[in-house]
Design a protein around this ligand. Structure first.
Ligand code: SF4
Length: 179
């Protein structure tokens, strides 16, 4: 549909390296992905309104997900000097966040009911208000694909977009579900 092509073009204009159409109806949700959140490698578990447990149970997240049929995958790819280049890993992550924020501000004007999912917890604020007080910017909140039980590499593969762009690269993936 033309709207998806426009959203893909908007994503690239916001700085994403790659964007591709997403069959939201075909997304599979896995309990083990959600269980892995509790291991808390990303330090967002029980620390962010956009992550478990604050974002709701997996069943509740899936119920939200099933309202959507179509969307767009959003990726930021960068180059690493070597496998220990943590500085570039952090920089690429920050770039992905910047692209997501720029895209979110525009896409929510076009599709007010859309669902934005990124990588890791919402980073709009330096410190999330969870659990002491309500989210400061619910219209800007970005949850994660993992919080919704998605195996990101599977979602990419199923929709014809690479998850890995080769040696010396790192890619962060998010998505927007539109309708
Ligand atoms: S917008 Fe701020 S308060 Fe709301 S989930 Fe994101 S970081 Fe937390």
């Amino acid at each position: 549909m033309a709207a998806l092509e426009q959203v893909t073009a908007l994503a690239l204009a916001c700085g994403f390296s790659h964007a591709g159409e997403l069959d939201a109806a075909g997304i599979r949700v896995r309990a083990e992905v959600r269980e892995a959140c509790a291991v808390n490698k990303c330090k967002a578990y029980d620390a962010n309104w956009a992550c478990p447990p604050a974002c709701g149970t997996l069943a509740e997240c899936e119920s939200t997900l099933r309202k959507f049929k179509r969307g767009v995958l959003l990726q930021t790819t960068g180059v690493l000097e070597d496998s220990l280049d943590y500085e570039s890993m952090e920089r690429i992550g920050l770039e992905h966040q910047e692209h997501l924020e720029a895209f979110t501000d525009k896409i929510r004007g076009l599709f007010p009911g859309c669902l934005l999912l990124g990588a890791g917890g919402c980073r709009r604020c330096e410190t999330c208000t969870w659990p002491a007080s309500p989210c400061r910017f619910p219209e800007k909140m970005i949850s994660s694909m993992e919080a919704f039980g998605m195996v990101v590499s599977d979602v990419c593969r199923d929709n014809g977009l690479p998850y890995y762009y080769g040696p010396g690269t790192l890619t962060y993936t998010g998505c927007v579900l539109l309708e």
